[in-house]
Write a protein that binds this ligand. Structure first.
Ligand SMILES: *Cc1c(COP(=O)(O)O)cnc(C)c1O
Length: 345
């Protein structure tokens, strides 16, 4: 791919900055699966503290954070309640069925967000006919909800309702810091009411590998057993943790730029005939739009954009997603809009 390629497919497309690479090179490392990597330990302590949790473990990916959390919280046959658009249901390779052996109940939220009444409705009276409702999951921000932010009040209401109904709760915080920067609510406020929570180092934070799963000490002890079992235990992972620590120091506040760029992108798209925004409320860094009116399927639109040097994602028959991040500038947004304007049939 030429360097000039504008990759808006995802905020996972970032490459480590020179300063991040320098921090990685300088990392003090050890055998992390023996607890001997001081940089990994520092990152885990820092994330646990930021999320208002007792302890944390570094994992190779956010997907593994979700899958391990499901397996620690649930027994096979248990039911997990989450929004029907959630990453856990749609984008983890069937892991919940294959690994934890759980049932998934997808709630019909709006923009990926449901309310306490939906949770109450999903928790039916105890019956041996039904799967045992066990775990409630929230995704902050909601990816397929268009980067929408769960209001703190809603988070508190759904977690309280779940707990009152005997469920435990889990936060998929792949883009938690986008919500933090956009709303001014702290990560701790968003995360502390959950029984487990994680953040991704490789989305808006711009790290190359890894995610950190946090929770109570006994939960993390069990998560470690599964990390070992799945082959997620690493060795000198401090190189990766150093990237994460650097990101927490330098790449959180700047997420506001990604949000401004996403708003500019959406405003530009809204001006183009044939393009319809899925939602004109752009809260963070994700923009979904429909290209049917421009005479394209999503797949053909994405292929045509790619041929002109622009990366985007197809997420439905005519739905396209673009995400802003550390490696795309305001000027890149202008160039992306020019390319899209030139695609009109
Ligand atoms: C990306 C993503 C994940 C998975 O994270 P990986 O690090 O890519 O495995 C989980 N949940 C959401 C909401 C995501 O956007």
């Amino acid at each position: 791919m030429p360097d000039a390629f504008l990759d808006f497919f995802s905020d996972t497309k970032t490459r480590p900055t020179p300063a991040m690479r320098a921090a990685m090179m300088a990392a003090e490392v050890g055998d992390e699966q023996k607890g001997e990597d001081p940089t990994v330990t520092r990152l885990c302590e820092r994330v646990a503290d930021m999320l208002g949790q007792e302890d944390a473990v570094l994992l190779p990916s956010g997907t593994m954070c979700n899958q391990i959390a499901l397996a620690v919280h649930c027994r096979p046959g248990d039911e997990v309640i989450c929004d029907q658009s959630s990453h856990i249901i749609n984008s983890e390779g069937g892991g919940p069925a294959a690994l934890a052996g759980v049932m998934l109940r997808g709630l019909p939220g709006k923009r990926g967000i449901f309310g306490a009444a939906d949770v109450t409705g999903a928790i039916q009276p105890e019956s041996r006919y039904r799967p045992r409702p066990r775990l409630l999951c929230v995704e902050q921000t909601s990816n397929f909800g268009g980067g929408s932010i769960w209001p703190l009040e809603t988070v508190r209401q759904v977690t309280a309702t779940a707990k009152a109904g005997g469920l435990v709760t889990h936060l998929d915080g792949a883009r938690l810091f986008n919500a933090v920067v956009a709303s001014g609510v702290s990560a701790r406020d968003y995360a502390e009411t959950f029984d487990s929570a994680w953040v991704d180092l490789t989305k808006g934070l711009g790290g190359p590998v890894g995610a950190v799963l946090a929770g109570p000490r006994d939960f993390i002890r069990e998560a470690w057993r599964l990390k070992q079992r799945l082959g997620g235990a690493m060795r000198q992972a401090g190189f990766l943790a150093a990237a994460g620590l650097h990101a927490l120091d330098h790449h959180v506040a700047r997420l506001a730029e990604d949000h401004a760029n996403a708003r500019a992108l959406a405003a530009g798209l809204a001006q183009l005939p044939g393009i319809r925004l899925a939602d004109d409320r752009i809260e963070t860094n994700i923009v979904f739009f429909d290209v049917a009116g421009a005479g394209y399927s999503a797949v053909d639109f994405v292929a045509a954009a790619k041929a002109k040097g622009l990366g985007a994602g197809a997420f439905g028959p005519s739905l396209v997603r673009m995400i802003t991040h550390l490696d795309v500038s305001a000027d890149d947004v202008r160039r992306a809009l020019e390319i899209i304007a030139s695609l009109r049939k």
